[in-house]
Each structure stands twice: as C-alpha cells, then as structure tokens.
Write a protein that binds this ligand. Structure first.
Ligand code: SF4
Ligand code: SF4
Ligand code: SF4
Length: 372
C-alpha cells in the first residue's frame, strides 16, 4: 500500500472541514440542534462585539493556535483553502497551458499593497462592530449558539440576497422545499469555487490568500509572540536544489529563506502545508521549534545575490505599475462595498470581480503573466 504523504493528510483535513460544515448545516436545519460552531465570517465581529457564541469560540481557538503552530489553520483547516486547492488540482488536470506556466515558474502575484488591502477589507468586515460601539450598543453576553449557518449565504430565508438587501429574488413560494437546501448550498459552493477558480487562473495558486484575505491581518501579528513557535527548519545541510522553493504555494523562497535566516522559514505567509518538506529529497526540512542545524557548505548563488533578486523565485513579484495596482485595489473595495449591500457574503464576489475586471482592462493579458 502507498505510504500516505503529508499532503494526503492535508487533503483529508481540508475535506473533513467541508464535511464538518455540511454536518453542521444538517444538524442545525434538520435536527434543530443549534449548538455547533463553524468557521464563520461572523466570528470576528461577534468576538469584538462581546458576543461569545460558537463562531467567536472558533476564532479564539484559531488565535490561540497561531503562537504555537503559526498559520497551520490556513493550511489545514480553512474551508476556502480547501476550495483553492481543489481548483488548483482541477486546473492542473485540465492542463491549461497558461496556468501551468504560472505554476511552473511559480510566478505569484503578491501585490506590494496587499497589507493595506487586507487591512481595509478587515476594516470593512468590522464595520458592524464599529457601528455598535459608535451607538454605545456594546453588550457583553455569553450565548453558545452560533449565528445561523446560512445567514450570510444566498438562499437564507428563501431569498437570493440577505433580508436587508435593497432588491431581492424569492427562491421558493410554497413553504420549505428541498430546493431551499439545495439552492443555498449550490449557489454558495458554486460562488466559492468560481471565485477560487477565477482568481487562481489569473494570479496563480492561492492568490486569494496572498492578496485579498482579510484574516491574515488578524493572524500574522500573533505569529512572533512565541520564540519557540514551530517553523520550517533546516535539520541537515541544504544543497540548494530549490525543489522546496518551486513547490511552495505561497511563493516563499524556502531555500533562500533557510539560508539567510538561521535555518528558519520566517516568512509570515507560510501556511504550514509541508509541500516543501515533501519536495526535499535530502530530508533537510522539518517543522520544529528547535534551533536549526548549521549550514556547513556555502551556496555560492545565495552568497553572490543575497536577497531580493526578482528573477530567483522570490516571495514578492512586484506588479508592473504600482499606481495601477493600488487603484485596482481601491476599485475592488468599491465594488465589494456595493455588492455587500446584498449581504456580507457578496462582498467577496464584488471585490474579486472588480479586481479582476479592472486589471484586465488595464493590461493586455492576465496580470500574473505581465509580472516581470
Ligand atoms: S489566508 Fe485566508 S483564505 Fe487563505 S487559508 Fe488563511 S484564512 Fe483561509
Ligand atoms: S514554506 Fe513550506 S510549509 Fe510554508 S507554505 Fe511554503 S511549502 Fe508550505
Ligand atoms: S529541497 Fe531540500 S536540499 Fe533542496 S533547496 Fe530545498 S531544503 Fe535544500
């Protein structure tokens, strides 16, 4: 029998998260048990508004795991990451040449403004909390019930958009039908996967995580609290073959990183997927909180060009024109704000759609390919 690799376990874990969410829906809607938590977008606003519900507890578990394991949550338990990896798998199976080119060269668009973008999106996510505070409606209470699992998805209350949306479409008129369950799942899953397919296709694997995800604003500052936090670590001499760097879905130059930073991957974009460990035939890498082993042999390439050479698979491939890049982010936020009037979930649809459309209008060909 084939030995299971770490990546296989990760697939099991990411698939398990989807099953967990499915189970949560079924238990909530069919058996009327409303105690389970989920990986909810509502978690952050709930927590910051003092509402300790199941979604907030989920967010707390995530936050406590960061100092110990870094962004392992991202690599192993985020449902969106599961969707992103699934679309990456399908795009590879379809053998789409432009995508394969992006992937092979590991050209990943990491806009230099991604932190501003993430912070602004995070701010938008927190707007309801800020409104609570501004109106002095802050009440601390403990309620284990999670927000309704479908509250933010199309199909809740038999409506395509949220109940407060300025326009709406009714999905069912004669009471609750099986369609009421199928449509929200179908539309939700379709939109999530479409978002991941499209954004992967244009900007390389995992682009949503590298450019847009607002949760990184919350996760990353906690990463360096613990000096013994587990990080990808060199445990024997590295030969500089770069197999690890070429396999990193986050565009981290693992090989250089361990060479220049005391044998550790200190890059905060690391999601602990362990692709680099799997790729290393030399068994040089391990996820560890201990000190790295010393590198006894110099790697000339890395000595000559110590860091930040854009032609060597570095983390950041700068966009061609930073002004256009910045405007595209603002445009994405405006589009996201407009569509969020239809419900919180729709923020992402507008922001991502706006981002892609703007960049397509500005460039001939996909932005990912236009990056030098
Ligand atoms: S960066 Fe965001 S979308 Fe990506 S895995 Fe982490 S939490 Fe999920
Ligand atoms: S550095 Fe290794 S573990 Fe971290 S994201 Fe890259 S491949 Fe995955
Ligand atoms: S795959 Fe292993 S030996 Fe090759 S560069 Fe990476 S850590 Fe070094």
């Amino acid at each position: 029998m084939r030995r299971l690799h770490v990546k296989d376990w990760r697939i099991v874990s990411l698939g398990g998260v989807h099953l967990y969410i499915l189970l949560h829906f079924l238990i909530w809607y069919i058996f009327d048990v409303k105690l389970w938590g989920k990986t909810a977008m509502m978690g952050v606003p709930s927590l910051l508004a003092g509402h300790i519900n199941a979604a907030a507890i989920m967010i707390m578990i995530i936050l406590f795991s960061i100092p110990l394991y870094g962004r392992a949550f991202c690599g192993w338990a985020c449902h969106l990451r599961g969707a992103i990896e699934f679309s990456d798998w399908v795009l590879r199976k379809w053998n789409i040449s432009s995508y394969q080119r992006l992937r092979k060269k590991n050209i990943l668009l990491n806009t230099r403004f991604r932190w501003q973008l993430r912070s602004i999106i995070f701010f938008v996510l927190l707007l309801p909390v800020i409104m609570y505070w501004a109106r002095c409606e802050y009440h601390f209470y403990f309620n284990i019930q999670t927000p309704s699992p479908l509250a933010d998805l199309p199909g809740n209350n038999n409506l395509l958009f949220s109940v407060n949306a300025p326009l709406n479409v009714s999905l069912a008129t004669n009471g609750l039908t099986v369609l009421d369950f199928i449509i929200p799942f179908g539309v939700g899953i379709f939109i999530v996967f479409t978002m991941t397919f499209i954004i992967n296709f244009f900007y390389g694997q995992g682009a949503f995580c590298r450019i847009l995800c607002p949760y990184t604003v919350l996760l990353v500052p906690l990463m360096n609290l613990n000096p013994y936090q587990k990080k990808i670590t060199r445990i024997s001499d590295c030969i500089g073959c770069r197999a690890c760097s070429n396999r990193c879905p986050q565009g981290i130059d693992v090989s250089r990183e361990i060479y220049h930073f005391d044998g550790k991957v200190i890059n905060r974009e690391c999601i602990k997927c362990y692709n680099c460990i799997d790729a290393c035939q030399n068994q040089t890498l391990k996820d560890s909180g201990k000190k790295a082993s010393l590198q006894t042999k110099l790697i000339k390439d890395y000595e000559n060009i110590p860091w930040l050479n854009p032609h060597k698979h570095l983390q950041i491939f700068e966009p061609v024109n930073p002004v256009i890049d910045f405007i595209s982010i603002i445009f994405a936020l405006i589009c996201g704000s407009a569509t969020s009037r239809l419900g919180g979930f729709w923020f992402y649809v507008g922001a991502i759609g706006g981002y892609i459309i703007f960049r397509k209008l500005m460039y001939n060909g996909p932005s990912g390919n236009s990056v030098e």
